[in-house]
Write a protein that binds this ligand. Structure first.
Ligand SMILES: [Fe+2]
Length: 255
């Protein structure tokens, strides 16, 4: 079963890389002289939400997170959330128009009740996937490091230090059934907490700040770590962008 699933993922990755080599994100990547071979490509909405560029090379997080996983994760999974989010909002033209040309998906996720009933679940799932991954890429870096300033102090106070925080977060990650996320959150009272969410749900829909999220979907780790989610989380600590998170926490405290 394990081998079969791994082979399937390898096949998907190979297809993804082949596709990526041809053109990454949209029909605009096609040569202008190329004759369209399908009508599907031209009918898929390409906006208003867009896929952010990965802020480093695909292999930047090696050996902890492999380049194949980063290719697939960013170019296919995250891109898929963006495409499906755009498809969803295109079904409600007044709502789509209300978003403007450069919408912030977090605004919609903070006020899901205001999203039309017919597309609310899609915005929650696909928009959540877009928001969560957009944050995830920024929170990783080959530089690694340690929390500084107020975040270092905050982790000490809330969890008893960085190592205790990591242990508690890893335990929470092991406890996520199926697909989901582990979060470091900040609530309205400026209290830090470790939480989990299923699927692509985000703490920002509960009025909290999502400071840091660990993606524990299998697509984040299965190629390299197979079913060993705990090994993936252990490796991930080597590439956490603590400078970014320290700055993010300091800004959130003031917000
Ligand atoms: Fe993911």
């Amino acid at each position: 079963m394990l081998t079969t699933r791994r082979q399937a993922l390898k096949t998907i990755t190979a297809a993804a890389l082949a596709s990526t080599a041809l053109g990454r994100f949209s029909a605009s990547a096609q040569p202008a002289t190329e004759t369209p071979t399908t009508t599907a490509r031209s009918t898929v909405p390409i906006g208003p939400f867009t896929l952010p560029t990965l802020p480093y090379a695909y292999d930047a997080l090696e050996p902890h997170i492999d380049a194949e996983t980063m290719h697939l994760h960013h170019d296919k999974h995250h891109a898929g959330y963006v495409t499906k989010l755009n498809e969803a909002v295109a079904k409600d033209k007044p709502f789509e128009l209300s978003l403007g040309s450069k919408p912030d998906v977090d605004v919609q996720l903070r006020a899901l009740a205001a999203v039309p009933d017919s597309i609310r679940l899609a915005v929650r799932n696909q928009g959540g996937g877009h928001s969560n991954h957009s944050l995830f890429w920024q929170t990783l870096s080959k530089k690694g490091g340690k929390p500084v300033g107020e975040l270092a102090t905050g982790l000490d106070k809330a969890f008893g230090g960085l190592e205790a925080f990591k242990a508690e977060a890893a335990k929470a990650g092991a406890g996520v059934f199926g697909s989901g996320w582990v979060w470091l959150t900040l609530d309205a009272a400026k209290k830090l907490a470790i939480e989990t969410s299923p699927n692509q749900d985000t703490p920002i829909s509960e009025g909290k700040v999502a400071l840091f999220g660990i993606d524990v979907w299998e697509h984040a780790y299965y190629l390299k770590y197979h079913n060993l989610r705990a090994d993936y989380i252990t490796a991930l600590w080597n590439v956490v962008n603590w400078d970014f998170l320290s700055d993010r926490y300091a800004k959130a405290l003031k917000g």
